[in-house]
Ligand binder design. Structure first.
Ligand SMILES: [Zn+2]
Length: 496
């Protein structure tokens, strides 16, 4: 009996853990320690195992770390951070675990003190320091250690976002990163351009980062910019030709984690995207959708890249474009009953659906956002123009007999018949359970918007405004929120 009592909970737990999931979410792996130092060590251990050479920079000396990153790639050396005055405990343990023999400190003693250098040496590690009197000079020193390249990136040394976003690009192309300010070329940088034989320069960032007049003074310049750091990371990803088989995603405002992400993505030949840490940036969603990326590694703890953003990556709806069409509008009220105008009910539900789907990671486009009217043909055209993955038309029903009630979903067999049916089957039961209405099931009908939309499309009849039972339900905000959540879950499930 004792045996059974002891083993039963373990057995049950085992069963719970190993229930196979038939429908897969996207894969999200998180590499995050409790501090920036620990995160960098974790990333190094997972990606390298052992590393004969390690590069170390000051924990807040982001310019040094950005300049060091392409060298880290060339030396196959992970990049770790330390406190200025003392070798950080996690980093010390990391060097021991990685069985490191050589450390290259990038940055001067104001970033990594002589004491810290001595503490590294005491571990039996040979230490070399690459530093100049300024960030420009340090970057030039690092460039001098790299394999000669006739092309260099030129980045504003005080705009971390530009340099961080460019790490995987610079590394993959074997380009050093040289620094400037926005309008004048620093002496260290211009000397490096001459002495290293740089014939071509690629400026990262817009004219507020590096002015046009400075740009025009650079050798054979070209420019890669973005409207913000997220967009810049996407534009760079498009130019790297790196794999999106799995993709690194970091909070673009957490420098240390983003630099580690850049180094890791370079090491593994993967794209690296910068996002808002609370909710995925729109540009990032669009890129994920266009490349059908389903596997991600995020760097940093949940206080860096939030669990919400990680959930969005995990949701198969991430980056998919959902076209939402609130039926009727303006002079066309649609069905009326029990004090309800269908056009208003539709817009209310569609707006809630729009918010929930965007919150889940989708891209959304609505045919109308106010009390306006589009012809059915215009609605179909707007859906096509949005290049939507799916089309959802939101309606409410009516009948002369007020006892008619319930929820139904329509699809049409003209285009994408099987997928439209599957979409309807994913949404219908979730609407019914969200509202507690009668299940009138999935049906076919040649309604214009679902007949002529070429993507998988459905038309939802949420309930009967003419039914006192349904009208009462459709008047409740909590019910409408639950409905929007149910439809969102159905859509997510459709994309699994
Ligand atoms: Zn209608």
């Amino acid at each position: 009996m004792k045996f059974i009592i002891k083993c039963l909970p373990v057995f049950i737990l085992g069963v719970i853990l190993f229930v196979p999931s038939a429908l897969a979410d996207n894969t999200v792996k998180r590499i995050g320690g409790s501090t920036r130092y620990d995160t960098a060590v974790l990333a190094a251990k997972q990606s390298w195992g052992e590393a004969k050479t390690v590069i170390i920079t000051g924990g807040t000396s982001y310019a040094d770390a950005i300049a060091a990153a392409p060298l880290s790639y060339q030396k196959n050396a992970p990049l770790l951070f330390t406190n200025k005055d003392q070798l950080s405990a996690g980093t010390k343990k990391g060097l021991i675990d990685l069985k490191t023999k050589n450390v290259i400190i990038v940055g001067g003693t104001p970033a990594v003190s002589k004491n810290t250098e001595n503490q590294i040496a005491k571990l039996g590690i040979s230490v070399k320091r690459l530093s100049g009197s300024t960030r420009y000079a340090t970057a030039a020193k690092v460039a001098g250690e790299m394999t000669r390249s006739s092309t260099a990136l030129v980045v504003n040394g005080f705009v971390d976002a530009d340099g961080m976003a460019a790490i995987s690009y610079a590394s993959a192309k074997k380009y050093p990163i040289l620094f400037t300010n926005d309008s004048t070329l620093n002496g260290s940088t211009s000397n490096a351009i001459k002495s290293l034989g740089i014939k071509n320069t690629i400026v990262i960032g817009g004219t507020s980062s590096i002015s046009s007049s400075l740009y025009n003074k650079l050798p054979n310049p070209s420019r890669i910019s973005g409207k913000n750091r997220y967009n810049l990371s996407v534009n760079l990803a498009k130019k790297t030709g790196l794999s999106t088989g799995y993709t690194f995603v970091t909070n673009g405002f957490k420098e240390a984690d983003t630099i580690v992400g850049g180094v890791l993505s370079a090491k593994q030949g993967r794209v690296h995207l910068l996002t808002n840490g609370d909710s995925l940036s729109k540009d990032v969603r669009t890129y994920i959708g266009s490349k059908n990326i389903t596997s991600f590694t995020v760097i940093g703890s949940a206080s860096s890249l939030s669990n919400n953003a990680a959930s969005q990556l995990k949701n198969p709806v991430v980056g998919k474009t959902v076209f939402i069409d609130p039926g009727h509008g303006y002079q066309d009220s649609g069905a009326t009953g029990n004090g309800l105008l269908e056009k208003n009910v539709n817009l209310d539900i569609a707006t809630r659906l729009n918010n929930q789907l965007y919150g889940a990671g989708a891209l959304t486009v609505m045919s109308r956002k106010g009390d306006t009217f589009d012809s059915l043909e215009e609605r179909v055209n707007k859906g096509a123009k949005a290049n939507a993955d799916i089309f959802i038309s939101v309606h409410a029903n009516a009948n002369d007999n007020s006892s008619a009630n319930g929820t139904e979903t329509y699809y049409d067999k003209t285009y994408q018949s099987a997928n439209s049916l599957r979409l309807a089957q994913n949404i219908q039961p979730r609407m019914v359970s969200a509202l507690g209405t009668r299940d009138r099931s999935v049906k076919t009908a040649g309604f214009y918007v679902i007949k002529y939309s070429k993507m998988p499309s459905v038309l939802l009849e949420t309930g009967f405004v003419t039914s006192p039972i349904d009208a009462n339900i459709l008047k409740q905000s909590t019910k409408k929120d639950r409905l929007a959540a149910g439809i969102t879950q159905g859509v997510s499930s459709y994309f699994r």
